[in-house]
Design a protein around this ligand. Structure first.
Ligand code: ADP
Length: 300
């Protein structure tokens, strides 16, 4: 059976056909053009899905369902986006109802994209053996998906895991101190630019720090500590076996993981918490698409 995966993002909508082993058989990407209405973009998405089904000779009987991953805040129960900052024209838009106009026959699963990515890490990625873990994405913002006691935790409205808004360090970097305000890729670039008095990208800030720039080294060390602080809060709250960390910023790799492990090993409350495994996400390519499809193929 085939799952149709749809990953709605601020810059693009990825659509794909994913089989029961997690292979992406065909995919296409559409620009989330702000000049088009959400209904127009869903119509384009539906046309793209039909094109892929035709190209792969998939009959309707072989389609198990549609999985949609979308940025929060959302209303999963009613199939609506609520107020995702990067998709202003989609606020309150009923994605599931609109998709049903095009694809009445198939069940539609709709969840927060980081929650879907957690399910994909359980299915095919770094958390296959874990019964309780948290997937964290450190990217433009910071988000998470929570998987506990063998089940995905979606919350009452689908917004469980929106950890970018846990309070980490009030007043830090001149902000209220929400985690993503002070430790996301966007936050790193903003602070680096302020410190150097010119526009500095996230990766460039890391490169300058590695090259010996003292101000950037201090910023990166502080960022690692702030990433560690948020991880400790999640560990103390949820007692997971494992944290799986993905997102663009995690591509820095070992130095980031070592710094977070070190902070957690000193600051988590319980001995078990201090030993929590902290590992890179295994799915980077097509993670959004496979996450969306996992909502169809995996029980949660
Ligand atoms: P999105 O937030 O759209 O899902 P990503 O997960 O790629 O996208 O995250 C984008 C953020 O990650 C940006 O702040 C970007 O600068 C940063 N980033 C991307 N690649 C790297 C890298 N190799 N090293 C450090 N930061 C990176």
């Amino acid at each position: 059976m085939i799952a149709i995966g749809i990953d709605i993002g601020g810059t693009k909508i990825a659509v794909g056909l994913v089989d029961e082993q997690g292979n992406v058989l065909a995919q296409q990407s559409l620009k989330t053009d702000p000049a088009k209405t959400p209904a127009e973009l869903i119509a384009e998405t539906a046309a793209a899905v039909n094109g892929l089904l035709d190209r792969q000779n998939v009959s309707p009987a072989d389609v198990k369902g549609i999985g949609v991953g979308a940025p929060g805040p959302l209303d999963a129960r009613n199939g609506r986006l609520d107020s995702p900052p990067n998709l202003p024209s989609w606020h309150g838009f009923g994605v599931v109802e609109e998709l049903r106009k095009h694809f009445g026959a198939w069940p539609v699963h709709f969840q927060n994209d980081a929650t879907a990515a957690a399910l994909a890490e359980k299915w095919l990625g770094a958390a296959q053996e874990a019964d309780s873990f948290v997937f964290i994405t450190v990217s433009t913002g910071i988000g998470a998906g929570i998987y506990m006691h063998g089940r995905l935790i979606t919350g009452a409205s689908g917004n469980a895991g929106d950890v970018g808004f846990i309070m980490v360090e009030p007043g830090a970097a001149g902000t209220e101190g929400y985690w993503e305000q002070i430790a996301s890729g966007t936050a790193i670039a903003r602070q680096a630019s302020e410190l150097l008095g010119r526009s500095v990208g996230t990766k460039e800030a890391f490169d300058l720090a590695a090259g010996g720039d003292a101000r950037m080294k201090t910023l990166i060390d502080v960022t690692y500590r702030r990433l560690g602080m948020g991880c400790v809060s999640l560990i103390n709250t949820l007692d997971p076996e494992m944290l799986v960390i993905g997102g663009g910023v995690s591509q820095i790799g070992d130095p980031l993981f070592e710094a977070i492990r070190s902070y957690v090993s000193e600051h988590a409350l319980s001995p078990a918490g201090r030993r929590t495994a902290i590992v890179p996400a295994a799915l980077s390519q097509n993670a959004g698409l496979i996450g969306a499809a996992s909502l169809v193929h995996q029980a949660y």
